[in-house]
Design a protein around this ligand. Structure first.
Ligand code: PEP
Ligand code: MG
Length: 752
């Protein structure tokens, strides 16, 4: 192929003529391979497109056997072609037969060709197929030729997306795209159920003319679109109406930097110079960036990839002229579908969507944290959903069982609606219980508090009827930002939390970072076993500056109001004592500087390691309270990583060994008069909550949405009977109390 720009532009123009011309999908595909083969003076040119996520199909060829078209298939990852699709990068060799991984398809007759160059056909990082050129002789393909072939592949991907190859003989649907009902089994990130219609976070844009007529015009279009995009981004940062409230300012500042990046602009212009329309140039540069960055393991850099994706989409929207999804009218029951989403963007959708489904995402991502704060049903790792879903499609999301039904059939929809109706009835009941104390029929009252961590949680204090905040995870505020908040910013947040609590106690937990809680802007230590590593109070004690700054912010934010502080993951008494000493020191120092002293100061620790269960009585006398962090205590008790899907659910919290340990904690706290609470996830599950109450816990802290169901269960359950049921199961030799308790609860018709 002529590597000079003029020559490759002539080929692109010829491709455009194919796209605009008559003929069905297959005829167009055949014309394309002929054109490319002629231009590259190659004996073979073939197009493989994805039939489904794992299979590539030979869809057109010049040079290989025609009867192999639509019958020769290979798996992604298999052979040279499969490898190109898997890695999304070109592959060149002048001796295909000896190249590692080479595997020829005998039905195509390709064994006689030595030289091979293949490039992915991809759009915005999504591989749709592979374009291959082969020569019989050993021929060296130059870098410029490979680059030119990539440009051709870009145009083919746009043609594919625009439907140029659909129709008789060609493709039945877009490559690998499913039609009709599709079920996705993802990972449950936030429970709850919702029905709605698909709203694509990044609408699929179709470019009908992927080729530049005139390079100068395209450059101008790009310049105008970039300008418009920057105005957008500036507005976002200034917070004028697009959601950039003060809280998110830092997030958007970093984002603005990318919008003004000169390297990005240069690469875009270079792609235009090679003959692509401005839209396709944006997609090409973005595909390249994705391919590069997806190989990066660093979570901070991967978050940046998300910024780049988002900017590329904004730029595309300006070029194509679509609505800005940030301001576009959303249907009233929109279910947001995205490859991934940042915490700030999700916050902008608060109150406008009923559920969220991500193709990527994880249980600990910032978006997940925000979704939980907003009580949005959420499923992550719903593979390929952005590809299969169309705007306006009906969709149901069940965050309890991690299932998403796209375009569900009537019977599925009916069953689902029944479930939603039941959930709504239950919510109505919870509303009526809101102001009642959780007192069991045998007269035990359990205080129910809520866990919180971002400002979006605050309205739940009143809505849920929580008697306070039993765990305020301060690190979440640090995690959803792109830089470390300063003393003032922190103090403002803590002050607002106390304002919202309206006099109810808030237990602020000092920064719990490390392991599953990563601050994107802090350099991470490479640790072989982060859950057992340098985390939580260990970081606080070793980095006293950060710790002190937080204590100062808490004292300032309290403005003289009562303050409760607890330390995460203290594993021995001295760690607690040292941290306590630092807190008292800071309070005294600030008081000497004229800041008001908190009206009362309580300092406690989270009991999260078995070592603390066996600490000396004195520790329990010294501390103002103990809060059991069941999530970590479980993981250390059973030596089962809470982040590891494989082992996470293997052990039951109602295992009698674990319950015996909890019982010991209760007895000791009762004997020594130490206030005790439990704030792990289990407190929010009605059956577990009953057990905790039966063992003697009188204060539980949980997700706000769990308070209603737990209160309802406690109001109906006789704890003496629950203890009897547990004892019976224990005597009968059961490992866990669960089955026995469940049978008892069912016999009593308890809502667990
Ligand atoms: C816990 O470990 O139980 C806990 C409440 O803290 P986190 O989940 O934030 O580690
Ligand atoms: Mg913990």
């Amino acid at each position: 192929m002529p590597a000079d720009k003029g020559g490759s532009r002539a080929l692109l123009r010829a491709l455009r003529a194919v796209m605009a011309g008559a003929g069905d999908g297959q005829q167009r595909l055949d014309q394309v391979v002929r054109l490319v083969a002629n231009n590259m003076v190659a004996e073979v040119c073939s197009i493989y497109l994805k039939r489904d996520e794992r299979t590539l199909e030979l869809c057109a060829t010049k040079g290989l056997r025609q009867d192999a078209v639509h019958s020769a298939r290979l798996r992604v990852g298999q052979g040279l072609v499969g490898r190109i699709a898997e890695r999304a990068e070109p592959f060149v060799t002048d001796d295909a037969q000896t190249a590692p991984g080479f595997r020829y398809l005998p039905e195509t007759g390709e064994e006689i060709y030595h030289s091979f160059v293949g490039v992915p056909i991809q759009r915005l990082g999504e591989v749709m197929g592979v374009l291959v050129v082969q020569n019989e002789t050993r021929r060296h393909y130059t870098e410029d030729e490979v680059e030119a072939l990539e440009i051709v592949a870009m145009v083919i991907s746009e043609m594919t997306e625009a439907g140029a190859f659909l129709g008789s003989g060609g493709l039945a649907t877009g490559p690998g795209r499913r039609v009709g009902p599709v079920v996705f089994e993802g990972t449950a990130a936030c429970d709850g159920v919702a029905e709605g219609v698909v709203h694509l976070h990044e609408p699929r844009l179709v470019v009908f003319d992927p080729i530049a007529d005139d390079v100068d015009t395209e450059r101008e279009r790009l310049a105008e679109a970039m300008e418009a995009m920057r105005v957008d981004v500036d507005r976002l940062v200034e917070g004028n109406g697009l959601g950039g409230s003060g809280e998110h300012r830092e997030i958007f500042e970093a984002y603005r930097m990318f919008a003004y990046d000169k390297g990005w602009r240069r690469r875009l212009n270079e792609a235009i110079d090679s003959g692509l329309a401005a839209e396709v140039a944006v997609e090409k540069v973005q595909s390249d960036a994705r391919a590069r960055m997806e190989r990066v393991a660093d979570p901070y850099l991967r978050e940046r990839l998300h910024d780049l994706d988002d900017l590329a989409h904004r730029l595309l929207r300006h070029l194509v002229g679509g609505d800005d999804p940030q301001t576009a009218e959303l249907p009233h029951n929109a279910v947001l579908i995205a490859r991934n989403i940042g915490p700030g963007e999700l916050m902008d959708h608060a109150g406008k969507i009923v559920a969220l489904v991500l193709e990527e995402g994880s249980l600990t991502s910032h978006a997940t944290i925000v979704a939980r704060a907003l009580a949005l049903p959420m499923v992550v790792q719903a593979e390929r959903i952005t590809r299969d879903a169309n705007p306006g499609d009906r969709i149901v999301v069940d965050g309890n069982i991690a299932r998403v039904d796209l375009r569900p059939e009537g019977s599925i929809l009916d069953a689902f609606r029944e479930k939603v109706a039941l959930a709504e009835q239950a919510r109505e009941i919870y509303r009526t219980l809101r102001d009642k104390p959780a007192t069991t029929p045998d007269g035990v009252t359990v205080r129910l508090k809520m866990n919180a961590g971002v400002l979006a949680d605050l309205p739940s204090i009143n809505a849920s009827g929580a008697e306070g905040v039993g765990l305020y995870r301060t690190e979440l505020q640090f995690m959803i930002r792109r830089n470390l908040p300063g003393r003032e910013a922190q103090a403002r947040v803590y002050s607002r939390v106390l304002d919202a609590a309206g006099g109810r106690e808030v237990m602020f937990r000092t920064l719990d970072i490390g392991s599953d809680k990563i601050l994107p802007y802090m350099r991470r230590e490479k640790e072989p076993n982060p859950a057992l590593g340098w985390r939580a109070i260990r970081v606080g004690l070793d980095r006293p500056k950060l710790f002190r700054m937080q204590i100062q912010s808490l004292v300032r934010g309290a403005k003289g109001r009562p303050l409760s502080i607890m330390f995460p993951m203290a594993a021995e008494a001295d760690e607690y004592r040292e941290a306590r000493g630092m807190v008292e020191g800071e309070v005294a120092r600030l008081a000497a500087m004229g800041h008001p002293r908190p009206e009362s100061l309580k300092i406690g620790f989270m009991l999260e390691t078995p070592s603390m269960v066996f600490a000396d009585d004195r520790l329990f006398e010294e501390t103002d309270f103990v809060s059991v962090g069941g999530n970590d205590l479980m993981q250390f008790f059973f030596a089962a990583d809470r982040e590891n899907e494989r082992v996470r659910k293997r052990y039951d919290m109602l295992n009698f060994s674990f319950l015996r340990m909890l019982h010991q904690i209760v007895e000791r706290c009762e004997r020594l008069g130490t206030p005790l609470s439990f704030c792990g996830e289990a407190a929010g599950h009605p059956l577990e909550a009953l057990v905790l109450a039966a063992i003697g816990f009188r204060e539980l802290s949980m997700r706000p949405a769990a308070i209603g169901p737990v209160k309802r269960a406690l109001l109906a359950a006789d704890l003496g009977e629950a203890r009897d049921a547990m004892e019976r199961a224990d005597r009968a030799g059961a490992t866990s109390a669960r089955a026995g308790l469940r049978a008892w609860a069912e016999s009593r018709g308890l809502p667990v």
